[in-house]
Write a protein that binds this ligand. Structure first.
Ligand code: GLU
Length: 485
């Protein structure tokens, strides 16, 4: 423990590609620790077993490391309060569920999913917010024991006060008051014995001695549940700080449909981590014009959590581009620049993989940039005319591109085999030959109809770059398709 005792954490759920929003929250916590002489730790929150994967967990670790946000304790390096992956902590949570039952702060709920669905439907029909109606609160201890003995499935839910409100001071929002009436009787322990996010999060923050919880504003509404759990257990609650979400320029929530949101997209395109951190860090400091170029040290010196705006952090890619250019030109020495370029080209083994695929397809080395350059390009500059050689009419190409995009998102592990299997399945579903599906994808991904094998290329480029290229291709082809009448 450091002298200041300050301990903060980033607690990502490994359910998708690491998001720039995670880097933004992680950076806040990292700077907060640095500024206060505290510790920054990493905890993996994988209580959602259906959506969490080891592949995504590894990607989160890699992405945060790439950002330069080193943690003091975490699933990869251990630490005094481990394990740091919630699925490895299942046995730790069980007694706490029992404790809340014993103290009368929680109850067993035997409602079936069908009953809960019917209840929610009725609530929706009556324009009420969906909320557990408390049916199972009526059972006596004997009735509960009998149901348990007969093997009836159950979950543990928390009790919520019926009157008044939960009042607290958020480090960013200031005074907040949320009526208890609007708080749901949250499930704490699921039927399979695994805790829900709320339960595991509070127990872990307590056991890991977290003093300040800084996270996205989407969690603000959960604070009453968390505060209540701290009270039920008799624990001191941390200071809460809810940061405004990053938004697109049109103020909508940052989403991959509008802007690339994966950290891996930015690293693949050759943004340098210092520039990305500089860009995100500017949301946490007050500076005068002309002072924008800041290193991590300078950001931490200027960091002021008291002075954040609630207006929202706009993800302005042009500003990021501008900062990235300045970093490359003004901050990197010639040597450093060269070594960065080489590291970038080798990232995820892509240069080697590209060369492996190219060797049998060229007669002079000088043909390489034309053949394989698309693996490194940030922008293909795709023109609608690039699709002219494809036999399918633009309407069909557009249909293919638009069908493939959401379906590729369903792939859990992104590799040559899974990509091929998914594209074959899509071809079957659409009743088309594989080569009809593949032709426009070829152009979308590589910019040309003569290049490296498609599935391998998609695997090398990575999901986030492929996603963006397919989106731009759809836009290009859409301009060829006349308006529907
Ligand atoms: N696992 C949550 C997330 O990924 C963490 C929220 C929190 O920091 O409490 O957003």
């Amino acid at each position: 423990m450091t002298a200041s005792g300050v301990r903060v954490r980033i607690a990502p759920s490994p359910t998708g590609e690491p998001h720039v929003g995670t880097a933004y929250i992680a950076l806040f916590n990292y700077l907060f620790a640095k500024k206060n002489g505290g510790e920054f730790i990493l905890r993996i929150e994988d209580t959602d077993a259906t959506r969490s994967t080891p592949e995504f967990e590894q990607k989160v670790l890699d992405a945060l490391k790439w950002c330069g946000l080193e943690w003091k304790e975490g699933p990869d390096i251990g630490g005094p309060y481990g394990p740091y992956r919630q699925s490895d902590r299942k046995d730790i949570y069980t007694p706490y569920g029992q404790e809340l039952l014993d103290k009368g702060h929680a109850f067993r709920c035997f409602c079936t999913p069908e009953r809960l669905e019917k209840m929610r439907e009725e609530q929706r029909a009556a324009s009420k917010a969906p909320k557990y109606d408390g049916l199972c609160l009526k059972y006596s201890a004997e009735e509960v024991s009998a149901k348990m003995a007969s093997g009836e499935a159950s979950v543990i839910r928390m009790k919520i006060p019926t009157e008044g409100s939960c009042d607290f001071t958020d480090g960013v929002y200031g005074d907040v008051s949320i009526p208890w009436d609007s708080v749901d009787m949250q499930v704490l322990i699921k039927g399979d014995g695994m805790p829900t996010y709320h339960m595991a999060n509070v127990i872990d923050d307590h056991l890991m001695r977290i003093t300040h919880v800084a996270r996205g504003e989407e969690w603000l509404a959960s604070v009453p549940k968390h505060i209540l759990l701290y009270r039920y257990f008799g624990w001191e609650q941390p200071v809460f700080m809810h940061l405004s979400l990053m938004r697109n320029a049109d103020k909508s929530k940052l989403s991959k449909r509008k802007n690339p949101t994966s950290i891996s997209y930015y690293s693949a395109l050759g943004y340098i981590p210092e520039a990305l951190m500089n860009f995100l860090g500017l949301f946490f400091v007050q500076i005068a014009e002309g002072e924008e170029l800041l290193t991590m040290e300078e950001l931490s010196a200027k960091f002021d959590p008291e002075n954040l705006s609630k207006a929202g952090a706009i993800f302005d890619i042009q500003k990021l581009d501008w900062l990235n250019g300045r970093w490359i030109r003004e901050k990197l020495s010639e040597q450093e620049f060269q070594s960065r370029v080489l590291t970038w080209a080798m990232e995820n083994d892509r240069l080697k993989a590209g060369l492996r695929l190219s060797q049998s397809r060229i007669s002079k080395l000088g043909e390489l940039p034309e053949l394989a350059g698309f693996l490194l390009k940030s922008d293909l500059g795709l023109d609608p005319s690039a699709f002219a050689k494809i036999k399918s009419p633009p309407e069909e190409i557009l249909e293919i591109l638009n069908t493939v995009q959401p379906d590729l998102e369903k792939i859990l592990e992104w590799n040559v085999e899974t990509i091929e299997a998914e594209l074959r399945a899509i071809a079957d579903r659409m009743g088309k030959k594989l080569k009809v599906i593949v032709a426009p994808l070829f152009v979308a991904v590589s910019g040309s109809s003569r290049s490296l094998p498609l599935f391998d290329s998609m695997a090398i480029l990575g999901r986030s770059v492929v996603r963006q290229r397919l989106k731009l291709a759809s836009q290009a082809v859409a301009s060829l398709v006349g308006p529907k009448n």
